[in-house]
Design a binder for this molecule. Structure first.
Ligand code: FE2
Length: 501
């Protein structure tokens, strides 16, 4: 346990500052989860950039996809598909597609490839689908073409009769496993309904250059939910917001969860098992995540994007054992997950390895450790953190990048001053739709914490989404942050290590 010291900041301000994961419930959440951290949400005033608001006016949250309709005239009926559509977990030949639809009419999916000019190519494919409990529709489509953009819609009604359709969705399949070309993708985290209609998400949805989008968790804030119905109600509020719907249908998704998909800073050892089961079920109900038949509860999984990138999606929340955290056997990821990550990173033939890591692994300044907050992240499980970083160092695994969320701030920093973490960078994506980390409202504090620390290249509490432009031949990564109006907040190119073999 580190000594409590507030770096010269008034104790009250610092106490609020470090507790960004302990969020005050919004007015809409009144009666929901208690504010475990005692954090009062700062007022949103769009001027300072220090409170997580926005730097200027946001355009409307509408996303218009410039794609043709593959359904041959079905009438778009938003009311029949109020939670929108999604695709996700793309491989080179497969993708999950998702919607929710509560009616009784036959439901099908129409999907068609589009060419580089945005025109429909080949012929439309129609798949009859079935609804699961709650009207949730998940379909794992096979037989897709690598490196191809698809447009899709869900359709109600029998063939040959007047039909209703969902909004149009779009996704891209991964390129062929041995291909190696440039990749541009986006990501964010922490999208609370208080920021509906989510103009930052809409801006990301309008950015056509993205091959896919990563959400690093706190995708929906479900605090206070305790059964299937209440979790569904929380997701519905988030999913039906225009900007969220727009992002979901604009790009294929790779998603994990963080704490708020269950409840603020929940402890897997003490959480009510029925509540945890309801939360996990709701996560799978509401996202296009492909489940492993042998381990259907697992969230961790990986995806190749040719030889350019491999994406390792972690579950940093659901398998940890907090009672072990100060022991040599600290379990932050379960043993199977840790071993899978190590083996996967070592075996990867991709130039860049992106670890989607909901809670940061960077060694943050001590003020972040003062409260219970350190218990929440890799630093609170030092043996586990050491194990993975030393393994990456010892095996000389090149170009591992950690893409994270949870802290309600943007950050680009090396993990440590010395050791293997000094050679790795973590990018905190977002927050995409929430208040900023209150550490930013203490005058001068963030400049002392980050601005004067050479490990940090960037820090901000403005709402944003992040774009990664990956060139595997250089190799290099450009990291850029954008706000709701696509104003560029930061952009820098980082050279990677050449990879042979
Ligand atoms: Fe969050």
């Amino acid at each position: 346990m580190k000594r409590r010291r507030f770096l010269g900041v008034a104790a009250g301000a610092a106490a609020g500052a470090v507790g960004c994961s302990d969020e005050a419930p919004s007015a809409a959440d009144a009666g929901g989860a208690a504010d475990a951290g005692g954090l009062d949400a700062p007022a949103i005033d769009g001027s300072s950039g220090g409170d997580g608001a926005v730097a200027g006016p946001c355009p409307e949250a509408r996303v218009t996809l410039n794609v043709p309709d593959p359904t041959a005239g079905a009438v778009e009926t938003l009311s029949a598909f109020a939670l929108g559509v999604m695709a996700g977990d793309m491989t080179d030949t497969r993708a999950m597609v998702w919607t929710q639809q509560s009616g009784n009419m036959p439901i099908s999916l129409v999907i068609q490839a589009i060419d580089a000019q945005g025109r429909l190519s080949a012929t439309a494919r129609t798949e009859a689908l079935t609804r699961g409990d709650g009207g949730f529709v998940h379909a794992d489509l096979g037989g897709l073409t690598p490196g191809t953009t698809y447009v899709y819609a869900f359709v109600l009604g029998a063939a040959g009769q007047p039909q209703q359709r969902s909004e149009l969705g779009r996704f891209r399949t991964a390129p062929a496993p041995d291909s190696m070309g440039p990749l541009v993708f986006g990501g964010t985290s922490c999208t609370h309904q208080r920021m509906a209609p989510f103009p930052v998400m809409a801006a990301a949805g309008r950015r056509d250059e993205l091959a896919f989008f990563v959400h690093a968790g706190d995708h929906a804030y479900c605090d206070g939910a305790n059964d299937a119905a209440s979790y569904r109600e929380k997701y519905a509020r988030h999913w039906s917001a225009e900007g969220m719907r727009g992002l979901h249908r604009a790009h294929g998704l790779y998603c994990t969860w963080d704490d708020h998909e269950v409840g603020n800073n929940f402890d897997p050892e003490t959480v009510n098992p029925a509540v945890f089961a309801a939360a996990r079920r709701a996560f799978f109900e509401h996202l296009p995540v492909r489940r492993d038949p042998a381990h259907p509860e697992r969230i961790w999984r990986s995806f190749r994007w040719g030889r350019t990138a491999e994406i390792f999606v972690l579950d940093c929340r659901g398998e940890r054992i907090p009672s072990t955290q100060s022991t040599p056997e600290a379990v932050y990821l379960s043993r199977p997950q840790m071993d899978w990550l190590k083996a996967g990173l070592r075996a990867s033939t991709a130039v860049f390895k992106f670890v989607i890591n909901s809670v940061p692994i960077t060694n943050f300044p001590e003020v972040f450790d003062e409260m219970a907050f350190v218990r929440d992240r890799w630093e609170g499980y030092p043996a586990a953190r050491r194990e993975i970083l030393e393994y990456i160092g010892a095996e000389r695994i090149a170009n591992v990048w950690w893409l994270s969320g949870d802290f309600h701030m943007s950050s680009v920093a090396r993990l440590d001053d010395t050791g293997p973490g000094a050679g790795m960078t973590e990018v905190l994506m977002g927050q995409g739709g929430n208040l900023g980390n209150p550490v930013f409202i203490v005058p001068g504090l963030t400049d002392r914490l980050f601005g004067q620390n050479p490990r940090w290249d960037y820090h901000s509490a403005q709402q944003n989404y992040t774009v990664f432009r990956v060139d595997p031949s250089a190799p290099s990564i450009e990291v850029a942050y954008y706000d709701c109006a696509d104003r560029e907040l930061f952009r820098r190119r980082y050279m990677g290590q050449a990879v042979t073999g």
